[in-house]
Every structure is written in C-alpha cells, then in structure tokens.
Design a binder for this molecule. Structure first.
Ligand code: GLU
Length: 396
C-alpha cells in the first residue's frame, strides 16, 4: 500500500548500487567485520592542504550566506580560466553553473532538456545514475552496447544507428566510469562526424575523471567547433581533488541551458555550499601539477591490479587507461560452484565476494553489463593487495 502511494516516477527507478554497496560495506564494518571496500569510487587521499586552508579561511572570513544561485562570480571566472587552461574551451561566466556535486549538475541538465519519451543515447557500460536519472525524467534511455574486446568504446556507426527523430541528448563519458576507457582525439573526431549531421542532438560530456589519465591526455569533445555550441561540459572536484563529500560540480554550457539550470537550482537548493565554493576557488586556481602525485599513485595501483588479476582464473580484463576502476569480464565463472554456491550472474558474484572474501565490489549489471564486475582501486596499496589475495583464494 505504502509503496503504491509513491509516484510512478519514483517507483520506476532503483537505488544507486554504488552507494548501496558502499553502505552495506560500512554496516558490516561497523559490526566488526574486516571488510575491504572496493565498491565506491572515492579516492582515499586528503584534499590538498591549500584547499583545506581556503575552507578554514572562508569560515573565519564569514562566508556563511547564500551565494548567487549559479555560484560566486569569482569561482565562475576561475572555472572559465580552468576550462581554457586545461581543455582549450572558451566559456563566459554566464555559461557556468556550480552545483551540489556533479549529480545535481546532471539532473539540472536533464530536467532542462527532457520531456516524456524523449530519447537519450547512453553508451554501455554506463555509470549507474545516468540511466536512473533519465528514467526519473520519464525519458527513454537508448543503450549502445560495447564489449571488452573493443575496450568498451562505441563506434561511430553504432552512434549513427542509435540516433532517431526522438533523440534529444547523448550522454558521453571519458575517462569512463566504470570501464576506465579513454577516447582519443581521433576517436572523438569520428563521433563528431556523426553528431555534426544531427544538429538537434545535445551532448552532455561528463569529464569528472579528466585528470586521471595514464597514457594520452584527455580531450574534451567540446573542442570540435562544429558541435561546441551544443555541448555541456561537466566536471567537479570530487575525484581530482579527493573532495567527494564537499559536493562541488559544475558545467560549462550554452547560455540558454545554463540559465535553465540556474532557474531549477534556484527553486531546489538555492546554491552550492558557500565554504566549499571558496575552497573550490583555490583548488581550480592551482596548476594540475599540484595533484599529479595522486595520479601517479593511481597509475601504480592500476598496474598492481592488472598484475594481480592475471593470477585469478576465470577473470579476464583489458587495460583501462583512466579513472580508477577496473571492469573485468567474469562471466566464465557463471554456472560454477564455490563453497557450495552456484554463481549465476554478476550480482551473485559480488555478493559471494562480500560474504566469503569480505571484499565489496559492484555488479556489472548495475552498469548495464552483467558479464562484468566493477572494482575500484581508489584504495591503499595494502588494501588492494589484501583484497585480490582474498578474491584469488575464494575463487580457487
Ligand atoms: N561516482 C562514484 C562511483 O561510481 C561515487 C558513487 C556514485 O556517485 O555513484 O562509485
């Protein structure tokens, strides 16, 4: 009865599986279990000291009040400089909206653009929340599948085939969560060739992992002049600056979309947290060199994970070139019995690993690919070694 009183919209979506798994891990830990949490994508570093100092200073200087809805002008100006410095993109402060995390930025954009039954193209595997947020807007996700053999990247032909009269938005994510795939300039150019032919399709480019790239430098899809005027470039401080709980996300967007996001935000949250915005000014002013030590560490861990995973029978992986996830193919284990339990799918495997190895992961099905499992290596080297040793033991 209770459930039926909820709106159809909310009945139609599920809980975030990344957060659900993480909260399960936390609960078990609190009960005294020795859990290693490789489920959520949350860097284990502290934010840089100059960011922490800026936040303390902001409190002392009295930044306690509402900020402009889209964020402090000073921060929007810094974001414009950052977009130019790191991505070669030109935005004006009137095109920037700062929100309570990348998630709110995305939801603002979706609510701005989507009507019931509009189609939204999402390459799969995708980050869990894109799919659910699109459904929350009563629009229709149109999935482009990819496989591990092509490094989970879509081909321009697939994009072309997915576009219809109803396509409103293309959600694109490089470096990708959950696969760690990074699109090259040439690969982006190929996709842009198709997008050029469809002037009504808007592109939401999630670049939250831009700095976490291990081989070539990240390219923003908005650098291509033919489509720049219809790309929303999304970024935030959670991953690069290890500031997940501070909740600062932002977009650079065509002004008409930015204004709409401002309108929605003005009705929903007023503005992003003032202290976190002051800290964000100091983070984004700094050169990316300041956070290179974290990227180096992630790369070391990526290599460590690749070495250790090779030793585990039934698990195949590609080489992810960015973000801090590995998305191995685990379907060879399906139908097999371990400790008297048959593993039927990625969810079974994830819950088996939690029960028997005490390692929290997220099922691939949550990201649109049941053949795989997502493992985050944004944890310490010791924990990673221990986690993979345990996984190997229970699967042998
Ligand atoms: N984005 C991170 C992840 O995928 C944090 C949790 C979430 O927001 O989904 O694990």
């Amino acid at each position: 009865m209770k459930n039926r009183l909820l709106s159809k919209r909310i009945q139609n979506i599920s809980f975030s599986q990344t957060l659900a798994m993480s909260s399960k891990a936390r609960e078990l830990k609190n009960k005294g279990e020795d859990i290693i949490n490789l489920s959520v994508g949350e860097p284990n570093f502290s934010p840089p000291y100059f960011v922490l100092n800026a936040a303390k200073k902001a409190i002392d200087e009295g930044y306690h009040y509402y900020t402009p809805v889209s964020g402090y002008l000073e921060l929007r100006e810094i974001i414009c400089k950052k977009f130019y410095r790191d991505n070669g993109l030109k935005y004006f402060p009137s095109q920037i909206v700062i929100s309570t995390g990348g998630k709110q930025s995305i939801m603002n954009v979706l609510l701005s653009l989507l009507d019931k039954n509009d189609e939204v193209i999402i390459p799969s595997p995708y980050w869990v929340s894109y799919y659910q947020m699109v459904k929350l807007c009563e629009a229709t996700p149109v999935i482009i599948p990819t496989t591990i053999t092509n490094n989970f990247k879509i081909h321009k032909k697939q994009l072309e085939e997915a576009i219809t009269q109803k396509t409103k938005l293309f959600i694109f994510n490089t470096p990708c969560n959950p696969t760690g795939s990074v699109y090259s300039y040439k690969e982006l150019k190929d996709l842009v060739e198709i997008l050029k032919k469809h002037p009504k399709v808007i592109i939401l480019s999630d670049e939250i992992y831009e700095h976490i790239c291990y081989s070539e430098k990240h390219t923003s899809i908005a650098v291509f002049p033919d489509i720049h005027h219809r790309v929303i470039t999304l970024n935030g401080l959670s991953k690069a600056f290890s500031m997940t709980g501070w909740r600062i996300g932002y977009i650079g967007a065509p002004e008409w979309i930015a204004r709409s996001c401002d309108k929605i935000q003005g009705q929903m949250t007023s503005c992003a947290n003032s202290i976190a915005q002051r800290a964000a000014i100091s983070a984004l002013k700094a050169s990316p060199i300041e956070i290179e030590y974290m990227i180096k560490e992630f790369k070391k861990r990526r290599n460590l994970v690749l070495d250790m995973i090779k030793e585990i029978p039934g698990i195949k992986t590609n080489k992810p070139n960015g973000a801090f996830y590995i998305f191995p193919k685990v379907s060879d284990l399906f139908g097999k019995k371990f400790y008297g339990r048959i593993i039927h799918n990625s969810e079974d495997l994830s819950s088996f690993l939690l029960d028997k190895a005490k390692v929290a992961t997220v099922s691939g099905s949550s990201f649109g690919n049941d053949e795989c499992l997502r493992i985050s290596y944004a944890s310490t080297e010791d924990k990673i070694i221990e986690a993979f040793t345990r996984i190997k033991k229970v699967l042998n």
